[in-house]
Design a protein around this ligand. Sequence first.
Ligand code: NAP
Length: 589
Amino acid sequence: MAYKHVRLPEDGQKITVENDQMNVPDNPILGYVEGDGIGPDITKACLRIWDAAVEKAYGGKRKIHWAELFMGEKAAKVYDGDYFPAETLEAIKDLWVAIKGPLTTPVGEGFRSLNVSLRQELDLYACVRPVRHYAGVPSPLKDPGKVDVVIFRENTEDVYCGIEYQSGTDENKKLAKFLKEEMKADFFDDAGLGIKPISEFGTKRLVRKAIQYAIDNGRESVTLVHKGNIMKFTEGAFRAWGYEVAREEFGHCTITEDQLYSEYNGRQPEGKIVIKDRIADIIFQLMLLRPDDFDVLATMNLNGDYLSDAAAAEVGGIGIAPGANMSDNIAVFEATHGTAPKYADKNKVNPGSLLFSGVNMLEYIGWQEAADLISLAYPEVLADKIVTYDFARNMEGATEVGTKEFADALIEQINGGIDLETKRKQRSEKLARERKQREIRRLLQPMEEMIASGRTPTSVSDVMTRTLITVTDDTSVHDAMHEMRKNEVSSLVVEPNDSGEWGIMTRRDIVTKIVREGKSPTDITVGEIASRPVVTVAPETHLREAANTIAEKNISRLLVAGKDGEPMGITTETDIFGAIEQSGWLPEA
Ligand code: NAP
């Protein structure tokens, strides 16, 4: 199309998308919006850094051709007072990928936030926020290097939809009447009312994107974050639909966390991503205590809003937290902080947020080498304690520099010959080591891991006792009782008899069949009092089904056996009680 003010560089070529596949030429045209306030300062600095990294990585073979697009105050100047020109939207659609600085929302009636408008107009339904620590960045955590997550926040639904009715208005009264009279809802008369829509469509496209990202980037897990224990039909449904999309569309390359334990004994199979879920409040605690348990997080609008900023604070704050808003194929990368107007044109602020948004943009278009150059050069500059004012505040002996001088120092490092291969190898070795350690913990202490990692137990394999003490039929009951006391167990598994049936002997058997009958335990063998055949369930049996079996058969424990019939553990009513007492709820199967 013919643009009025947008100039597409003549030497550049547009990215194309066919069948959801993006084709990036070596000379792509990417859009950028400078932004308001501190926007021009950070954008100018970042354009130089990105270009330097691309030049260094590809030696002139690849080059970004930038097209300036206009939004906010600069747009109002160029387009006669229009802060959000239609032409900018068209250009973003045309170019597929763009990056933007922060924008001021004009104060006054009738102005929607420009960022919100952009998301709505382009249906940018996923807000993607990678949060990782760069060595040298001041952090409140003891070991911030363990933080490396990408948060996928749903952008279009939830209580942010604006379906709200102010207390005392006619609309509010009308809705309140309907809810109270027709739906028998109960709440105070003067309550303001808001609606929280969470749809299957909205959930699935977000979770689909998160899983696809995990696959494309070799990530270990995707965690669905929700408050489904309280809001069953919105957040609980998000969880259920999330698992559904994983199962139905990515069944070949994903397993659930339950399967990880019940089928793979805690050992993550090569090429499979683990899909798990955590309750929203627990995730805040876990992101501080065990951040390396998490990799990709998928969540709804409100949870995601809180979580993104809280996680960013762990690794240096909003001054360096990058972000992007995406639809199926359009991606707009952005600084996540605001325009900080008091620092406008002062060459003062940290360009980190926009810089790393650009790094993610380079990764997104497949230019990993250029992205890595920046990520690896950045800690080197910090190691020299060359930082902007915000980091200098928290760093002893820092040399405070302006935005431009920071960019100069970083470009110098990029050009200074970083050994990309060695650094990459070190990073992947570190990740492999950490992965192994997690696996060992899961293998050796599954129950402790479950509690500490905030996992909600759902199947018998989650709660079963794995130490099985087995005896043979001909063992005397007396000897068997010593075994039970020595091993602190309340039951013994009895080896198969001639018909191949496993048995079980419990403390209750001793009380009812020996003590009550006035018999001597030395004269009786285990085979005479053991129960056979023992009631056996598969490890993936849902706890609710197990409870049902226990109730129907009037027994207190179940033997858990694998596909080959070999016993793996025992689940008792005490285990089920303990699991529910600790986690507070039992999600549906
Ligand atoms: P802000 O612009 O993010 O600034 C808040 C504070 O955060 C600053 O005073 C500064 O802290 C720190 N900060 C922000 N960016 C920084 C950077 N690059 N380097 C170092 N420190 C940085 O938030 P605000 O003052 O609430 O909002 C100002 C305007 O921005 C509003 O018009 C708002 O609507 C808009 N906004 C836009 C976006 C967006 O476009 N994505 C997002 C949020 C807000 P110190 O004062 O401690 O130095």
